[in-house]
Every structure is written in structure tokens, then in C-alpha cells.
Design a binder for this molecule. Structure first.
Ligand code: SOE
Length: 391
């Protein structure tokens, strides 16, 4: 018997579509789940656009006020897919109303808000998750498995980049539909919260807590016209951010992110180098995990010198994470499927009473690192992140 899980979706942009697609597909590819998401209500301020979105995706009803949505008896779960400046208020109200909360990343504008949200969902005891979808790329999940199997050994270096190029032109306005990520009052920060949050989430999942950072940021275009008012306004976001990190396990990290890397569209990469091996991933080539094996953990023996070398693993076998749910070996999955995989894991954890990651508490840890990065860039010094072991 399946249980309906009636979704109230807030936001109809990029993430409203990505999440709605996951709700529609999850039971088809993960048939053992007990819960069956139902697209119940779509909610956003613009009534006409919300109606169009609801019609296109099959939502039964619409709301234009999220306060009414979270109080509705015919909704079980709230999906917070609106811009960052509303995440806190919506999530706290939804938790108080006893709803499940599924929140788009970054969790909040800053760690203070993220703390309040985490307290709210934990006090209410409601299932909660944050859509850090890249953990559910099969090749990234395989990297985690390789690390857990001890194949990387003692970690020395973690190296992450997240590069895009869509804001290079000074003519791109800031604020409003599709462009709120450039408006600091709505986004909270620039590439740090939007892109590095992904890199930090992946890094701490693979390599443990980041305890200290030193950062530098730059805003290349200092003034942009606001899309809604047509008036030029100072730009308050970080266009680029680089930081050095110290992990609790003693390894060192470098992180680089920008929206000014001409030719780079969504270049999200990482490499982890340990005593016994290395893993490398590039989201522009997402089906592959590169693995260098130096020593085998099972026997502790070194791989024969003439056989050492980077191995490109095409992560599409049924033995690979998630792939038994999709197609036959060699047939790839892509961006949209990471949201389906994330939702399936979340529902399965709730059904089996197992903790899901990343929940709000884990995303609070990421938010603390983002705050520390921005503070370090402002104050030009190393900053402790204060990430707790439970985060
Ligand atoms: C920014 O351009 C963005 O859409 C992010 O907000 C997403 O989280 C990222 O996955 C793709 O890029």
C-alpha cells in the first residue's frame, strides 16, 4: 500500500521544475517506496505564472500566499523552492504546522537563520532535507564509497572548483525573476552561498568537517541595473571567492569559485589525494569517476609499479550507486536524476527510521563554513568555522 505525500511547492523557477520532476518520477524508478508524492498545490506570488506552472506540471491547486499554504490540511510536505531570503520564515512556519520540509540550498541567508530553522524542524520532529543534489550523482556517491572502503588512505589534499561564466557582462541586471542570485538582499551572498555551498557540502561528506578557513573575494562589476526598478544599484555579492581550508582530519583544502570563468558553464570538480589513492570528479563529464590506486586496503599491499595509473570508471554498472534503478550498463543518467535519487533516499530513510543526510543540521554545518569564508574575506584573517561534529 502506498501513502500519498501531498506536496506544497513554493516557487516555479529552475528548482520548482527540478523538484516537481523528482516528485513525478520517483515511484516509477524506485517502486519499493511506501510514499507516493502528489503534486497538490503550487504557490508563488505571481498568480498567472503560478497557474501556468501548476497546469504544466499537474498541480491540483494554486496559492499566492505561502502562509496559507503551510496551514492547509490537504498538504503534508512543504518544498521551499523560493529565493533564499524567504527560506527561514517558510521553513520555520512549515515545521510549526507539522509539515515535512524539503528546502533548496543554501539552507539560509546565514548561519544564524540556519540555526533557527534547524531548531524549528528538530523541535517539531518533522522529516527534513536540503536539496544538495550533487551527493546523488552516481560517480560522487561512488567516490564516497571508495573513501569509506579506505582506498584513499590518509588524506592530504582536497581541491575543489566551481566555475561558471554567466554574469561576465556588466549589462546583466541584478534582482527579480531569474536574476535574484545577483541581489545580495535576496541571495545573502554570491558564489559562496550559491556554488561553494555545493562544494563544501560534498567536501565535508567525503573528507569530514572543515575547521578553519582563510578567504579572498572579489566583485568585478560594481554596479548593475535592478531588473525591477531599472535603477543602477551597487552590487553586494561576491562574484568570485577562493579559500584555503583545514579539515579536522589534518588534510588541507583549496576551493575556487567564480561566475567569470569564460567557457565554464557548471564546472564543479573535486580531487582528493591520500597516501593510498586519489579520486577525481568533473561535473562536465559526470558519468566518470577517476581513481588512482596505489595500495590495496584489503591486503595493505602496493599495486605493482608497472600497473599503477589513473583508472576511468564509467559509473553505469548496476553495482554502482543508484544505477540498478535506471538503465542497463553503459546508458547514462544526468542532472535531473540526481534530484530523483535524493528524494528516493530521503523517503527511504523516513520509512526505515534511518537518519537522512543532508538534513537541516548537516546543511547548518555548510552554512557555518560559508559564513566563516565571508568573514575571513572581510577581515583578511584565518577564521574558525565552529562546525560541530554532529553537523
Ligand atoms: C547557479 O547558476 C546554479 O543554478 C545554482 O544555483 C545551482 O545550485 C547549481 O547546481 C547550478 O547553478
Amino acid at each position: 500500500m502506498t501513502k500519498p505525500l501531498r506536496i506544497g511547492m513554493i516557487g516555479y523557477g529552475f528548482m520548482g521544475r527540478a523538484h516537481s520532476n523528482a516528485y513525478l518520477k520517483v515511484n516509477r524508478f524506485f517502486p519499493d517506496l511506501e510514499h507516493r508524492p502528489v503534486l497538490q498545490v503550487a504557490c508563488a506570488r505571481n498568480a498567472e505564472k503560478t497557474r501556468d506552472f501548476a497546469e504544466q506540471w499537474g498541480y491540483a491547486d494554486v496559492e499566492t500566499d505561502w502562509r496559507k499554504l503551510v496551514e492547509r490540511d490537504d498538504v503534508d510536505a512543504i518544498d521551499v523552492g523560493c529565493p533564499n531570503d524567504s527560506h527561514r520564515d517558510v521553513a520555520v512556519a512549515a515545521a510549526k504546522a507539522g509539515k515535512w520540509v524539503l528546502c533548496e540550498k543554501p539552507l539560509a541567508m546565514n548561519a544564524a537563520e540556519a540555526e533557527e530553522m534547524t531548531r524549528a524542524v528538530e523541535a517539531a520532529g518533522v522529516p527534513n532535507m536540503v536539496w544538495f543534489n550533487y551527493r546523488r550523482v552516481p560517480a560522487i556517491a561512488l567516490a564516497r564509497q571508495v573513501v569509506e572502503e579506505g582506498r584513499v588512505g590518509r588524506p592530504f589534499h582536497y581541491r575543489a572548483t566551481y566555475l561558471q561564466d554567466w554574469t561576465i557582462s556588466a549589462d546583466v541586471p541584478q534582482g527579480g525573476a531569474g536574476l535574484w542570485r545577483l541581489d545580495v538582499d535576496v541571495a545573502g551572498s554570491g558564489v559562496t552561498g550559491d556554488l561553494l555551498a555545493h562544494s563544501i557540502d560534498t567536501a565535508m561528506w567525503l573528507n569530514g568537517p572543515i575547521v578553519q578557513v582563510v578567504a579572498d573575494t572579489e566583485t568585478f562589476v560594481k554596479e548593475r541595473v535592478h531588473q525591477e526598478t531599472g535603477q543602477p544599484q551597487p552590487v553586494g555579492i561576491d562574484d568570485a571567492c577562493m579559500f584555503l581550508a583545514r579539515f579536522a582530519n589534518g588534510s588541507m583544502g583549496t576551493f575556487e569559485s567564480t561566475r567569470y570563468a569564460r567557457g565554464r558553464k557548471n564546472y564543479n570538480t573535486f580531487e582528493l589525494n591520500g597516501a593510498d589513492g586519489s579520486v577525481h570528479f568533473d561535473l562536465e563529464d559526470p558519468q566518470y569517476l577517476d581513481f588512482f590506486e596505489y595500495a590495496r586496503p584489503s591486503t595493505g599491499t602496493k599495486v605493482e609499479d608497472h600497473l599503477t595509473g589513473w583508472r576511468r570508471i564509467h559509473v553505469t554498472n548496476s553495482e554502482h550507486p543508484y544505477m540498478d534503478k535506471w538503465w542497463v550498463p553503459g546508458c547514462t543518467i544526468g542532472y535531473e536524476h540526481t534530484f530523483v535519487n535524493a528524494l528516493a533516499d530521503f523517503l527511504e530513510c523516513v520509512e526505515q527510521g534511518r537518519p537522512f543526510e543532508p538534513d537541516f543540521r548537516a546543511a547548518l554545518g555548510t552554512q557555518r563554513v560559508c559564513d566563516a569564508v565571508l568573514e575571513s574575506a572581510r577581515e583578511k584573517r584565518w577564521v574558525d568555522t565552529g562546525v560541530e561534529p554532529s553537523e
